[in-house]
Design a protein around this ligand. Structure first.
Ligand SMILES: [Zn+2]
Length: 336
């Protein structure tokens, strides 16, 4: 899922997203709650109409953003109160109002409010996060359902195998249509993240989507697919796209490197996206040096296409029973 924080994947139109093989985008509840707010989106006829995107939209719960605010939020057993990063105004998220917000704006997949702990953390802190995340999931599960919006729960537990197991088991008992693995990419090493994601995925139902949150480099995606994860989101491809970093089959390229100013090759010889089919590395390098807005646009397009293509190839490789070969090949050539 490309990330459309404020109901837009930066620099890309919905037509671009479709052209780049995008099936689903993610939007951030925290940001939409603060601006433009629920009423504006509801009045527009829902998030799909508001942003002109007719394919699925997953909204996160805002938990991750709120817990990143640290000094500007206050957690209690019923929810979390925080100060807006925009104007300091006070807001409160509860397991109930977060689900209601996502249902009201018409999200296809709504994430439950969870408690996310930054690592390293004490076992007590992580245990408390697991306890509250389950208690909140029970409250969310008891809410009236709304046709068209699926609720996904988020398993926590830090790097603690026992707490991960407890979190996953308690949430699976509540029988949600999908599950996310949360609380990773928050300060742990890559090896720790891979091992924890793999162990947690094994505890979640195989016939439901298993979503690893906040992961998006090629190396991380391949390792996490290998570990049993199905769904991912990350700002990485578009953030790199805005900053002159191309994700390619030959690894990452920094278009600000002098060598690219006279390199008339395709950006990625194995990619058949619009950018690669029509423009040279020299032209793209020129756009970035000249600070032309077309540069970030063309490169974001390529990076999103590239990651979607990677996922499409991964699905095909799994279906054809040749995932092992594919994973070995890909981890050799893309040290992102
Ligand atoms: Zn391309």
């Amino acid at each position: 899922m490309p990330v459309g924080t404020a109901a837009t994947v930066k620099g890309l139109t919905p037509a671009d997203l479709r052209g780049a093989q995008t099936q689903i985008v993610l939007a951030n509840t925290y940001h939409l709650w603060l601006r433009p707010g629920r009423e504006t989106i509801e009045t527009a006829g829902g998030i799909h109409r508001f942003m002109g995107w007719d394919r699925p939209i997953l909204t996160d719960s805002g938990g991750f953003q709120v817990f990143s605010l640290e000094s500007r939020r206050r957690l209690d057993d019923d929810g979390v109160t925080f100060a807006s990063h925009l104007d300091g105004s006070e807001h409160r998220f509860t397991p109930e109002n977060i689900v209601e917000f996502q249902q009201a704006i018409g999200s296809d997949v709504a994430m439950l409010l969870d408690v996310c702990v930054k690592l390293p953390a004490t076992r007590e802190e992580i245990a408390k996060a697991v306890h509250l995340t389950t208690a909140w999931a029970r409250r969310s599960a008891a809410l009236p359902s709304k046709a068209g919006t699926l609720l996904f729960a988020i398993a926590q537990g830090g790097l603690d195998a026992k707490l991960r197991e407890r979190s996953a088991r308690e949430l699976v008992e509540l029988d949600f249509p999908g599950y996310a693995i949360g609380g990773l990419s928050v300060g742990e090493s890559r090896e720790e993240m891979y091992a924890t994601a793999r162990a947690t995925a094994a505890l979640l139902p195989e016939d439901k989507p298993r979503y690893l949150m906040g992961v998006g480099t090629v190396t991380d995606l391949v390792a996490s697919i290998d570990g049993g994860c199905d769904l991912f989101d990350c700002v990485y491809p578009t953030r790199c796209g805005r900053n002159g970093r191309a994700m390619t089959h030959g690894g990452e390229l920094n278009l600000f490197n002098a060598a690219f100013t006279r390199d008339y090759d395709r950006l990625d010889e194995l990619c058949d996206c619009y950018t690669c089919a029509n423009f040279s590395r020299a032209y793209l390098a020129h756009l970035f040096r000249a600070k032309e807005m077309l540069g970030p646009r063309l490169l974001s397009y390529h990076n999103v296409y590239f990651v979607n293509d990677l996922m499409r190839e991964a699905r095909a490789a799994i279906d054809a029973g040749r995932w092992r070969n594919y994973a070995a090949r890909d981890s050799n050539c893309s040290p992102c």
